[in-house]
Design a protein around this ligand. Structure first.
Ligand code: ATP
Length: 263
């Protein structure tokens, strides 16, 4: 796991976030804080409440109660200031199927009023080159593979250099080389001060990138901290992140379920 400068003020704060859908409480009092320049992992099983939490933190969903604070700004009070400094990658990236990758990046850059000119062109070309999309000019995004859509989605955030990145499963659907590229890129951005909050099912990604993680289980945080803190909490000194994850998220053992199925 990587290290961060101590003593920095929180860049992302979830304060007692609750989201109810009718009788379903998807998120039930989630709180954590991510420091500036930190890569923080948000882990949980399918349906645990990760996407719902991230969508509240980026302003796409209004919490039933609780507060999302980005760089000290309450997102409900000043959503536009938060939007200007944040990049959010949804689990299904928002991309425009009828544009080429280059057109889409220009579209996003225009939306965010980035001045046209050589600097913007250069950044766009570098991003397209980095994600191996530079030679796809004849193709519309609608014809892209899932991994390519993921990459153009990431590029569309990075073109405007946000100081906070909220990424829902950023390596989902990426081949090993692209996944490695994204990991290296996030490490480099964090070392330059970008805050990264990422949700993932891939525990190696979290273990390699994140100094601290939070584990969410059925809408509630069951553990937050460094690997050592999680091990202490679970009472297993030598446990891997996978073992900790399984211990800190409830549910019958898979062996038991398999035996029941095959009985
Ligand atoms: P996954 O890893 O599978 O993407 P997740 O941890 O991101 O899961 P969420 O998508 O946040 O989980 O869902 C949390 C819970 O809220 C689930 O029980 C889900 O069925 C429920 N939920 C999410 N969105 C809605 C909705 N629009 N209406 C009703 N229930 C919803």
């Amino acid at each position: 796991m990587t290290s961060i400068a101590p003593g920095a003020s929180p860049s992302v704060e979830a304060r007692q976030l609750v989201k109810k859908y009718g009788v379903v409480t998807a998120v039930d009092g989630v709180s954590f804080a991510v420091q500036r320049g930190e890569i923080f992992g948000f882990l949980g099983a399918n349906g645990a409440g990760k996407t719902t939490t991230l969508r509240m933190l980026c302003g796409l969903l209004t919490p039933t109660s609780g507060t999302a604070v980005i760089d000290g700004i309450d997102i409900l009070k000043d959503p536009l200031s938060v939007k200007a400094r944040m990049g959010y990658l949804d689990e299904e990236p928002f991309v425009h199927p009828h544009l080429t990758g280059r057109e889409f990046l220009n579209f996003v850059a225009d939306l965010y009023r980035m001045p046209r000119g050589a600097q913007r062109e250069q950044r766009m070309e570098r991003l397209l080159g980095l994600f191996e999309l530079a030679n796809r000019d004849g193709e519309l995004i609608g014809a892209y593979s899932h991994g390519m859509r993921q990459k153009i989605g990431l590029a569309s955030l990075l073109i405007r250099e946000p100081s906070v990145l909220l990424l829902d499963e950023p390596t989902n659907g990426l081949d090993p080389r692209s996944a490695r590229l994204v990991k290296d890129l996030l490490e480099e951005l964090a070392s330059r001060g970008t805050t990264v909050l990422l949700s993932t099912h891939i525990l190696e990604v979290a273990q390699a990138l994140c100094r601290r993680v939070a584990i969410i289980d059925r809408g509630r945080i069951t553990a937050t901290g460094t690997m050592d803190e999680l091990r202490a909490q679970a009472g297993s000194e030598q446990a891997s992140l996978e073992e900790l994850f399984l211990k800190l998220t409830a549910g019958p053992e898979s062996r038991e379920l398999i035996e029941r199925l095959l009985a």
